[in-house]
Design a protein around this ligand. Structure first.
Ligand code: GUN
Ligand code: ZN
Length: 648
């Protein structure tokens, strides 16, 4: 099994997943195929909606003589007439629905192997939400036992070992970590159908987060039984890779149409408010009049169009770096999800999510409502401000939010303040909270769009951020005058001073406290863009230390800068430490692959600049991280660091 990250946003990811029967892209949706009643064939689904993989049920196949014989003879791919990857489930869900079913846990795994399933599933114990802790725990222990036994007989089939644990996060995490220990390759999160059916999304989020925490980060996560697209964006943002849908057919049988944020009854519709080919071809009246089977088939198609369109939207959002926006928009369409989103405001969950958050994006941060202020990126910035920003003194002047970049808009005020008292901090009252003027071009302070008037919850959080940041410091009153002041004598000096302060503050925010002092221990030369006037390259004693990126106002670390940080910070700070076998590759200009990483700084984030060293902390080069620590250490495939400069 090969699972490799290609793109990412939030804790979500676009991956390539390899099976015996082809490579597919995740996140994706597996339509559930009932082998007894194929309404729309997998082949047709592939043609119409780009379906790459389907899921069917081995318990149903095994218990029907005709299906069983055909599957054993022609394989499950022959049975379904589909040559792409096929996942099979085991009968656990049937035992949940019908009570006990007659199936042996090892026999059913063996059967899935024998019919050539690409991904088989263990016969896990379905942990219902109404279970007591001890009932749930017994189920988890039995599930782990069955997983262990099943791993021995799976052959070359990928084996999905379901994470159970009812609504108890510690049991979920325990189950996931035990399954990781036995090298499980595929992790469904099970027992969540009743939560979704009853819109208990907050508990669902808790289950997902706990399962993710315990599981191996380099393996796919499947949210078992999640077929309504309303939950897809949030589940993907929390790290789910697979969904399966029987909803498309269940709803169709019930004359109901799926939409990204709701389900509507055909009987209640005078129009079909959807751009899919079915809804374009039919009027609501015509569809209602269709014969039952034809009508069901058309609704099935509509439901799958909508579901796959949502998957495509999510993938696009990951590539564009605005998955949180999509999550918030979808959440705002359903009160139960709004409630559930509160779960993401807890400190523990923000801390966990922050690890996956990319350093900067090429898209502005876009406000969608009162959940935006709780984004992991904003949490990170406030935390870093509190931990890393060096004040000039305990005095500050507050300036209101304005057009951006702030230092351009407030050029007169800056000149006025710095020409008389240089040691006063200038702080902007931004919608994020405090933004020191020095950081005004750093992502996302300059690259963000908020409404002019904030909602009261955001205001409350922003006030709290101010209080934390400016605690025990004194505000100096300052009056903004709308007259242009005369250019002071020391005009150039003031701007040089502001430039140095910018470099100082951004370096510390990006690389850690005192990074500036480590990087610049001699004469500093700043080269600016002739066109934009922005800082471009920074030298110290004629050595090129940093370049500033115009897009996000952050630094690219040059090799001489990396050497200075390497000298100053002790290992493992800013380091990615690689196996000696990989050293020759780096020296020859190749990237660092995840399987060669033996340790790294816990504070490195995707897209962070890093220092590459060997096991003895010998300096090898510098580059850009693609993964965070837990990912670098768990993935065996794909790139971990894109090397930019290296020793010869
Ligand atoms: N389908 C929906 N939920 C589950 C589950 O918990 N386990 C299995 N095996 N299949 C499911
Ligand atoms: Zn439609």
């Amino acid at each position: 099994m090969k699972f490799e990250i290609k793109n990412r946003d939030a804790a979500g990811r676009i991956c390539k997943f390899s099976t015996k029967n082809g490579i597919i892209t995740t996140p994706t949706l597996l339509p559930v195929i009932n082998p007894n009643k194929i309404i729309l064939s997998p082949k047709e689904m592939k043609k119409l909606f780009g379906v790459e993989m389907v899921i069917t049920n081995s318990y149903i196949i095994k218990n029907d003589e005709k299906l069983r014989d055909k599957a054993l003879e022609k394989g499950v791919h022959g049975l379904l007439d589909f040559n792409g990857p096929i996942m099979t489930d085991s009968g656990t869900f049937q035992s949940y629905v019908y009570g006990n079913v007659n199936v042996d846990p090892l026999e059913i795994v063996e059967f899935q192997r024998n019919i050539g399933s690409d991904i088989g599933t263990i016969l896990d114990i379905f942990g219902t939400p109404d279970q007591t802790r001890s009932q749930a725990k017994n189920g988890v222990i039995e599930t782990i036992k069955r997983a262990k036994q099943s791993m021995n007989i799976k052959g070359d089939m990928i084996l999905a070992c379901t994470i159970q644990g009812s609504i108890y996060p510690d049991l979920r995490e325990f189950c996931a970590s035990k399954l990781s220990e036995i090298n499980t390759d595929f992790f469904p999160i099970g027992g969540v159908v009743p939560l979704m059916e009853n819109q208990r999304y907050q508990e669902l989020i808790r289950c997902i987060l706990a399962s993710k925490r315990g599981s191996n980060y380099s393996k796919p996560i499947h949210l078992f039984g999640a077929g309504h697209p309303i939950i897809f964006p949030l589940a993907v943002a929390l790290g789910c890779d697979f969904f399966d849908s029987s909803a498309y057919i269940k709803y169709a049988n019930d004359n109901r149409l799926i939409f990204p944020d709701c389900t509507l009854k055909l009987d209640d519709l005078d129009e079909l408010p959807c751009p899919c080919p079915i809804c374009s071809k039919y009027t609501a009246k015509e569809l209602k009049k269709e014969k039952k089977n034809d009508r069901i088939l058309q609704i099935v198609k509509h439901n799958l169009y909508v579901s796959f369109s949502e998957i495509k939207k999510i993938r696009t959002a990951i590539i564009n770096g605005n998955l949180w926006e999509l999550v918030e928009r979808r959440a705002n369409s359903n009160p139960h999800i709004i409630d559930a989103m509160r779960e993401l405001r807890t400190k523990n969950n923000k801390k966990w999510l922050e690890q996956f958050e990319i350093i900067s994006k090429n898209k502005a941060l876009f406000y969608t409502g009162n959940q935006t202020i709780h984004r992991p990126l904003i949490y990170r910035l406030q935390k870093r401000l509190n931990e890393r920003f060096k004040f000039l003194s305990n005095k500050y002047i507050l300036l209101p939010d304005s057009e951006k970049p702030y230092s351009k808009y407030y050029i007169n005020e800056i000149l006025k303040i710095y020409s008389s008292k240089k040691n006063v901090n200038i702080i902007i009252k931004s919608p994020f909270g405090p933004v020191p003027i020095e950081l005004d071009e750093m992502y996302p302070f300059a690259q963000s769009i908020f409404p002019k008037k904030l909602d009261s919850h955001t205001n409350y959080i922003v006030k709290r951020n101010f209080k934390n940041f400016l605690d025990e410091k004194n505000e100096i009153p300052f009056k903004i005058e709308n007259t242009v002041i005369e250019q002071p004598e020391n005009y150039d000096k003031i701007f040089q001073y502001l430039d140095i302060r910018k470099i100082y503050s951004i370096a510390d925010m990006q690389f850690g406290k005192n990074a500036f002092n480590a990087l610049f221990d001699g004469e500093i030369k700043i080269v600016k863009s002739k066109k934009t006037g922005k800082i471009r390259n920074i030298y110290c004693n004629d050595k090129h230390i940093l370049s500033m990126r115009a897009g996000d106002g952050l630094f690219t670390l040059k090799i001489d800068g990396a050497k200075k940080l390497h000298e100053f910070f002790k290992t493992p700070i800013l380091r990615v430490i690689i196996n000696k076998d990989a050293v020759p590759f780096i020296i020859n200009g190749k990237s660092v692959f995840a399987k060669f990483v033996i340790n790294c700084d816990n504070n490195l984030r995707p897209n962070d600049e890093c220092i590459i060293v060997d096991e003895k902390d010998n300096f090898l080069g510098t580059g850009r991280c693609l993964l965070n620590k837990i990912e670098m250490l768990s993935f065996n495939f794909g790139m971990a660091v894109k090397v930019r400069e290296h020793i010869k």
